[in-house]
Design a protein around this ligand. Sequence first.
Ligand code: AMP
Length: 543
Amino acid sequence: MLGLMQSQPLLISSLIHFAERHHGDAEIVSRRVEGDLHRYTWRDVAARSRQVANTLDSLKLGFGDRVATLAWNGYRHLELYFGVSGSGRVLHTINPRLHPDQIVWIANHAEDQVLFFDMSFLPIVQAVHARCTTVKHWVALCDADKLPADSGIPNLLSYEALLGQQPTGYAWPSFDENCASSMCYTSGTTGNPKAALYSHRSTILHAYAAALPDVMCLSARDAILPVVPMFHVNAWGIPYSAALTGAKLVFPGPALDGKSVYELIEAEKVSYAAGVPTVWQMLLGHMKPNNLRFSTLKRTVIGGSACPPAMITAFNDDYGVEVLHAWGMTEMSPLGTLCTLKNKHLSLSDADKMKIRLKQGRAIYGVDMKIVGDDGTELPWDGKAFGDLYVKGPWIVREYFKGEGGDPLKDGWFPTGDVATIDPDGYMQITDRSKDVIKSGGEWISSIDIENIAVAHPAVAMAACVGMPHPKWDERPIVAVVKKPGAEVTREELLEFYKGKAVAKWQVPDDVVFVEAIPLGATGKMLKTRLREMLKDYKLPGL
Ligand code: AMP
C-alpha cells in the first residue's frame, strides 16, 4: 500500500524559496575582492538568484548545461549556487589553485558553457580562455565600470550588468530530484581528474543531515564562517544547510590569513566556523603571540585532513571553542563522519574524552560504512583491526561523470582509499591512506603527476613521490629519485626542472632525495609504505 503523503521533488530551488519566506532578513556578509564588506539578506540572495536564472535563460543555456565558477567565498558565488542549480543547470565550481592546464582540462571535460570569475582570477582566465573550447560566455563578477578595457577576452561580460537587465521574478522549474545540480572534480589517483556529479536529491538530503545536532549542528542562532572554499565540495554543503536553517553567513573572500579571519570573526560575531587544519593553524598562529581571545566563536568544524591533537586542545582549553572533527570526501558530498560524544562519554575524564575526539567520528544517518581486510572479508568493530574503509549511501557517488574510471563500486560500496579502524561504539579512526595522493593545505597533489615530470628528466631512472608531515600544511610532497647509471643530476637541477611544467607552484615537491632503489612489490608496483618507512628519519628542509 502506498503512503498518502504529498510527493514533492527535493530541489535546491526549494531551499532558497524557504530561506526567503522564513528567514528573509538573516544576513549574508562578504569580504569582497575589492576589500570592503558587503552585506545583504537571504531575501536579496533569493531575488538575485532569480536574476541569475533569468540571465542563464537569456544566454540560451539548456537544461543540464554546465556553468563554471572560479570564485572565492562570497555573496555572488552564493547567488550562483541557487540560480544555476535552481534553474536546472549544473554548477561546476573550479579550484582556482590548479595549474592553468589542469583548469583547461577540466573545463573542457565538463563542457562548461559559461564561466563566472572573480576579478582576482582574471590572469587565470586570460591564460586559459582560448583553450576552453566549450565556454561561450566569460562573466566577470563585478560592476560594468570595473571591466578592464583590454582584457584580451572576447565579449567579456559584467555580472552586475547582466543581472541588472533581468527581472527578479522567476518561476523555478520542477523536475526530477535525481537530476544533476552541481559537480566537483577531484584529482585522480590514476589518470585524469574525475568529477562527482551531485543531484538535487543528494544535496538536499545532505543539507538536512549536515544540520543535525550530532553532525554540524547548524541553527538560526548561528553566524557561520565557511572558510572551506565554495569550490571544494560546495563548502562542505554549508550554503545549503544555512539556507535551510536560517543561519547568518559570513564569507571571507580572498583574505584567509590569520589576522583577517580573526578580525572578521570578531566584527561579525561569528559563532561557528569551518575549515581545514591549515587555516586554523594560521588563525591560532596569529592569536597566540598577540594574546587575542574570541568573544563569540563557540564551535569549529575541522576536516579535510586529520585534526592535530594540539589544535583540538588549543581551541578547547585556551579559547573555549569546541572542535568538531569531521571526515568526508568529494565523492561523499562530503560528510561521512563527525566526532561528537555520546551521553555515556560525558562523565569521562578530559584525557579520555580527548582520545575519542581525535577520531574521525561516527557515521551520519545516510552513510553506512565498513572496514575490509586484504582478503575482502569485513573486519570487526573492535577499534584495533584496520582495513580499507568502504561507504555507501544516497549522497555518495555511484559513478564518476562520463563514467570515467569505470565502475568505482565493489558490491555496491564505494572504496574511500582510506584505511581505518572502527570501535565498538561506531567511532571510525583513519590510520593510513591506501590511495596514492598527498594532501597539502587541504588540496590534493597527485603523486603520479610529480613522478611523471621527474622521470621525464634524462638522468632519472625512477621516481616516487610521497607526502612528509608538515606542521602547517599537514603534508608536503618530496620525490625519491633513482638516477640512471652513470647519469648525474643535482637536487636543485631537478627542482628547477618542475618550472613551467603542468603542476601548480604549490604542488612542486619541497625536496629531492636520491636513493639506491625504490622498494617494489611482486607486481612491480612501488611500495610507498615501505618507502615512507625507509624515510622515517627524514626531515623536510627548514623544519
Ligand atoms: P576531498 O575529496 O578532497 O575532500 O578529500 C577526501 C580525503 O581527505 C579523504 O578520503 C581522506 O583521505 C582525507 N580526509 C578528509 N577528512 C579527513 C580527516 N578528518 N582526517 C583524515 N583525513 C581526512
